[in-house]
Design a protein around this ligand. Sequence first.
Ligand code: ADP
Length: 302
Amino acid sequence: NILVFGSINLDLVTRTHRLPKPGETLRGISFFTASGGKGANQAVAAAKLGMTTFMIGRVGGDSFGQELLESLQQSGVKCDRIFIDKNTASGIATIAVEDTGENTIVIVPGANDRINESDCDRLTDLLPDAAALLLQLEIPLSSVLAAAKKAQNAGIPVILDPAPARELPPELYSVIDIITPNETELSILTGIAVRDIETAREALTELQKRGVKTAIAKLGAKGVLCARGEEQFFVPAFEVEAVDTVAAGDAFNGALAVAIAQGLPLPESVRWGAAAGALTVTKPGAQSALPSRLTFEEFLRE
Ligand code: ADP
């Protein structure tokens, strides 16, 4: 089993010809809602690849909460550990996208921000059968740390996606097995301006010094650089036509966890992550762009 402890959001997306100026009211072109949140995206990524996946987190007592639960269930994610926080609103992101592709985003964490150590307790009985715990940074850091410690004590590998980037408490590094920043996150975490493979190498070494066992830099269309112990290796990106890079990083983490759960060695697991990321950028949207097991296996065989 794979466990994901993290955020669940509803994206409220409007399309307009151009973004409104402050104080301006505009007529938009279209509106839709889509399930998101880095936690939920990673859970859907793993579930769509056929792995039993439990999401642990919170939604609000509003109708968005129900919509989010239903959509996660439809994607095959186990939702019985998601707490419905009756007195709070569900996490949302209001997103406006103009014709040029430029966007503005406001995120209101809502129920995600109320996740605390009591939510970690809902991990306890799942840990004996778990192959990995996936974490991100869209919930309070204290809860991320508590969940990581709990998994580490149970001997379960912890995979942290340090997104959105922020400085981490030093003790978090030592309870993480695998950290997976993209270029921006890697720069913010280490203070090293990551521009290329050489600077990425340096930054990964810095993360290892802080106590992380394996550090993986997601370098977009360039590929992936990994550092484990003394060893470093590069996995080139798959060549695809990118239409929308949303959720590529989440696809990577979900697939990485599935591969690890299946017992694949690290280089092959990273290749799975890169393949899932590549497939995801070929489609618009977040969860709807994540590949199914069938599509994924065909792509890997090609
Ligand atoms: P994030 O979405 O977290 O910013 P990346 O953009 O690095 O992370 O994407 C995650 C992974 O998805 C990359 O490391 C790469 O393997 C794959 N990927 C992303 N963009 C592309 C692309 N344009 N072509 C091929 N693979 C890609």
